[in-house]
Design a protein around this ligand. Structure first.
Ligand code: DGY
Length: 318
């Protein structure tokens, strides 16, 4: 019985996993080549992976004995989950343990953009702070007293909302695929929320239904001076249209995620003004990564033993 691990892991974890079968670990930096993954999966019962390794039909077909795919992520858009389910393969992921870290980063991006923190840092550290304190110098916008629209109201959005309540006078709007009643969040139709918000923050999973949700026309419907925050997935947003809005200075943005990662050097968002861009750091804290890793290993071991997973993906009915 073999277990494939598609990324380097500490030797102690490898030793633990080897109690459950022969462990094949991809030890190189960077994503595992698909051909190697297909070859290694032959005869494998478990796959431990991350979002950098797509698990598509080819991969599933190369793994007739696979019982479980365990991903070190809450997002599962890199896995063909319907095809896995139809083959009786369970999918484990890591919800819950990264909620606080991701919500913290969303708040950090709101402040960094609206209060021009990243821009101010570049000015000072680049030795270009040429003028004395002036009444009209680098004026930003408050997070306090802003209207913030949350698109998707899962645990991360709710954690963002609870943090926002600590800021004076914030009005929180919310939209969710299935309506929810949550304290201090005004439910709104999606397009009304986009038009009314000073800050629009994305918290939906990437699916066929949500890809391109922040389309060119929805970005155009955001009001002048509004800010888009994305800690969910890049493909939710029309990035070319967004880069044009940022270049014109009409909108600002704080982005953690992109349709292509790492962002290629010729991507329209590279060098664009009015944006704070960070490299997919939502869950990147020591505590959170440790918790994600532990949960993913527990999912993997339960899956190869054909037991209930501690965090099994529940497929949404369409
Ligand atoms: C996830 O878990 O899906 C996150 O994007 C990783 O940071």
């Amino acid at each position: 019985m073999a277990i494939v691990v598609a990324f380097p892991i500490p030797t102690a974890i490898e030793a633990e996993l080897s109690k459950h079968g022969e462990v094949r670990v991809w030890r190189e930096e960077g994503p595992m080549p698909k051909a190697t993954l297909l070859e290694w999966l032959e005869g494998a019962r478990g796959l431990l992976t991350t979002l950098t390794n797509p698990v598509d039909l080819d991969v599933l077909e190369a793994a007739p004995l696979l019982k479980v795919i365990s991903t070190v992520s809450v997002g599962v858009d890199h896995i063909d989950v319907e095809a896995a389910a139809s083959r009786g393969i369970t999918v484990g992921h890591t919800p819950g343990v990264l909620t606080d870290s991701t919500a913290d980063l969303a708040l950090g991006l709101m402040l960094a953009v609206r209060r021009r923190i990243a821009e101010g840092h570049e000015l000072v550290s680049g030795g270009a702070w040429g003028s004395e304190w002036k009444t009209n110098f680098m004026l930003g916008q408050d997070l306090s007293h802003a209207t913030v629209g949350l698109i998707g109201l899962g645990p991360i959005a709710q954690a963002v909302a609870s943090r926002l309540k600590a800021f004076s006078g914030v009005r929180i709007l919310g939209w969710n695929r299935t309506p929810k009643e949550l304290p201090d969040i005004e439910m709104m139709p999606l397009d009304a929320l986009i038009a009314d918000s000073d800050i629009v923050s994305l918290h939906v999973a990437l699916t066929d239904d949500t890809a391109g949700l922040m389309s060119r026309s929805r970005l155009a419907a955001m009001h002048d001076g509004a800010t888009l925050i994305n800690t969910a997935r890049g493909r939710l947003v029309d990035e070319l249209a967004l880069s044009e809005e940022l270049a014109s200075g009409r909108l600002s943005a704080g982005l953690d995620v992109y349709s292509e990662e790492p962002l290629p050097s010729n991507h329209p968002l590279i060098g664009v003004p009015n944006a704070v861009l960070v490299p997919h750091l939502g869950s990147a804290t020591k505590r959170t990564r440790r918790a994600m890793f532990e949960l993913a290993i527990r999912n993997l071991i339960a899956g190869i033993k054909e037991r209930d997973l501690p965090a099994e993906l529940v497929l949404r009915s369409s």
